[in-house]
Design a binder for this molecule. Structure first.
Ligand code: APR
Length: 184
C-alpha cells in the first residue's frame, strides 16, 4: 500500500527492516543505546560489531526518549542506521504519543540532514515497549505525513516495514483512515 505526499512516497510493506535497500534504516533502540532484542537485536546481529562500536564512541551518554542518533550501517545494505528511542507505553497518559511522534520526527530530520532519499522505519515502541499497535500506527503515520507535507527536503520515500501480517493490516487501516485512497 502506498500514498504520494507532495511528490514523496509513503509505503507500507510487510518484512524485515534489516533487509531493506534504502539510504537509512531506523532501529528501535533504548535510551542507553545498549542493544537488545527485537529490531535492535536483528540490526546489530546483521550489521556486525561496527555499529555498536561507533554508537559507544559517539554517543556514550545514550539518547533521550523521543529522540534519535545516527551511525553507519556496518554490513547492512543501508548506508545509515538511525537509532530512535520510542517511549515505554504505560497508559497513554504519560506523554507517550508526543514522545513517539518526536522519535519519528527526529529520525526524519536526521535522514533529511544526511541527504537520504529513502528511509525505512519499523513500528517503534510496539514490541518490548508495548505501545498498542493501532494507536502507534496512527501516531507514526500522522507524523510522517505532516513531515512530508511541510519540509520534505531530500526524502523521496518513507517506508514502514511491518513485521507480520497483523502489524501490516493495522498500519494499512490507519493509513486508509488518515488518507483515504480517493483523496491521495
Ligand atoms: N523488522 C521489522 N520489524 C521488526 C523486526 C524486524 N526484523 N523485529 C521485530 N519487529 C517489530 C516488532 O514486532 C514490533 O512491532 O518491531 C516492533 C518494535 O519492537 P521492538 O524491537 O521490541 O522495539 P520497541 O517496542 O521499540 O522496544 C525497544 O526493545 O530490543 C529492545 O533495545 C531495545 O530496549 C529496546 C526495546
Amino acid at each position: 500500500m502506498q500514498r504520494t505526499i507532495h511528490g514523496a512516497v509513503l509505503r507500507l510493506v510487510e518484512g524485515d527492516i534489516t533487509q531493506q535497500e534504502v539510504d537509512a534504516i531506523v532501529n528501535a533502540a533504548n535510551s542507553r543505546l545498549a542493544g537488545g532484542g527485537g529490531v535492535d537485536g536483528a540490526v546489530h546481529r546483521r550489521g556486525g560489531p561496527a555499529i555498536m562500536e561507533e554508537t559507544r564512541r559517539k554517543y556514550p551518554q545514550g539518547c533521550p526518549t523521543g529522540s534519535a542518533v545516527i551511525t553507519g550501517a556496518g554490513a547492512l545494505r543501508a548506508r545509515w542506521v538511525i537509532h530512535a528511542v520510542g517511549p515505554v507505553y504505560r497508559d497513554g497518559q504519560h506523554g507517550e504519543p508526543e514522545l513517539l511522534a518526536s522519535a519519528y520526527r527526529r529520525s526524519l530530520e536526521l535522514a533529511r540532514d544526511h541527504q537520504c532519499r529513502s528511509v525505512a522505519f519499523p513500528s517503534l515502541s510496539t514490541g518490548a515497549y508495548r505501545y498498542p499497535l493501532p494507536e502507534a500506527a496512527r501516531v507514526a503515520l500522522r507524523t510522517v505525513i505532516d513531515f512530508l507535507g511541510q519540509r520534505r527536503g531530500s526524502l523521496e520515500e518513507v517506508r514502514f516495514v511491518l513485521f507480520g501480517r497483523e502489524a501490516y493490516e493495522q498500519f494499512a487501516r490507519a493509513l486508509e483512515e488518515l488518507l483515504p485512497e480517493t483523496q491521495a
